[in-house]
Design a protein around this ligand. Structure first.
Ligand code: URA
Length: 240
C-alpha cells in the first residue's frame, strides 16, 4: 500500500497533511528516509517509523465495550451520545461501528469493530450466535415461563421466537434471570417477557457467542480483544 495511505489510516492526518509530514524527512521505511507520498510499503515485512517511533499498522480493530445506559449503539446521532463518541481518538480513526444494537437503556457487552465481514456473520440469522442476557423482572418468573420460552413465545407482531433458554437466578416479587437467545429481533428480550405478562426493569448483555463480558470493565470502558478472542469469534461465526 502507499505510504501516505498507511500513515493517514494510522491517524497521521489527511493525505495532504501526511504529504507535509513526509517533506520533513522524519518518515522512514526501514532505514531509508521517504519523501515521496506514492512510495509503496508492505507493513508486514517493512518497518515504518515516524521520528524514530515505529508505526504499528493494522487494518482491523476489535473492541469490547461495557456499554453504559443512556448511550446509543450507533456511529452518529443528532441528539444522543453514541458508543463511538466514547472511544479514544486512536481507536475512532479506524471508523469502527457497533456489531448490532443494544437499546439505549441496556448495558453490557457490545462489540465494536471495522471488520464488516465478521460483523455480518455474527449478526446473520443463519448463524444462530447465542447471546446471553441478565435481567431484573418486575414479577415472579416461574417454571411456566421457562417452559414457554423453551417452546418459543409469540411477540406482539405475531412472530413466534426460536427457543430461549431461561434460567431463574432469584425468584420473588422481582426476579433475576439469565436468558440465552439465538436471534436478535428488535427489543427481543423485553418483548419476550411482555409476551408472558412481565416487564424487564434492567437488562445487561453478558455474553455473545464465545465471548463473555470482561467484568473488570466499568460502564463506558472498553478494551481491545485479544487475538485468541478474535479467533474464537471467527470460529463461532463460521461453524455455527
Ligand atoms: N433485547 C432487548 O429487549 N433489548 C436489548 O437491548 C437487547 C435485547
Amino acid at each position: 500500500m502507499r505510504i501516505d495511505k498507511l500513515l493517514s489510516n494510522m491517524g497521521f492526518g489527511t493525505r495532504k497533511e501526511v504529504k507535509q509530514l513526509l517533506k520533513t524527512g522524519t518518515v522512514r521505511i526501514d532505514e531509508t528516509i521517504i519523501k515521496d507520498a506514492k512510495t509503496h510499503v508492505d507493513p508486514k515485512v517493512q518497518t515504518v517509523t515516524v521520528n524514530g517511533e515505529p508505526v504499528e499498522y493494522k487494518e482491523f480493530i476489535y473492541l469490547m465495550m461495557n456499554k453504559p445506559p443512556g448511550v446509543i449503539s450507533a456511529t452518529e446521532d443528532n441528539h444522543d451520545e453514541t458508543v463511538i463518541d466514547l472511544l479514544e481518538i486512536e481507536d475512532a480513526i479506524f471508523n469502527p461501528f457497533p456489531v448490532g444494537r443494544l437499546d439505549k437503556d441496556t448495558e453490557g457487552l457490545l462489540l465494536i469493530t471495522n471488520d464488516g465481514q465478521l460483523s455480518h456473520q455474527l449478526l446473520s440469522p443463519k448463524k444462530h450466535v447465542p447471546k446471553t442476557y441478565f435481567a431484573h423482572i418486575n414479577d415472579e418468573v416461574t417454571e411456566e415461563d421457562v417452559f414457554a420460552f423453551k417452546q418459543g413465545v409469540e411477540l406482539d407482531d405475531g412472530y413466534v421466537t426460536k427457543p430461549g433458554e431461561l434460567k431463574i437466578i432469584e425468584a420473588g416479587p422481582t426476579s433475576k434471570i439469565e436468558l440465552i437467545i439465538t436471534e436478535g429481533k428488535f427489543h427481543q428480550v423485553k418483548r419476550m417477557f411482555e409476551a408472558v405478562g412481565k416487564r424487564v426493569m434492567y437488562l445487561k448483555r453478558i455474553k455473545m457467542g464465545p465471548l463473555a463480558l470482561d467484568e473488570t470493565l466499568q460502564l463506558g470502558e472498553y478494551r481491545e480483544l485479544t487475538e485468541e478472542e478474535v479467533e474464537l469469534l471467527r470460529q463461532e461465526s463460521s461453524y455455527s
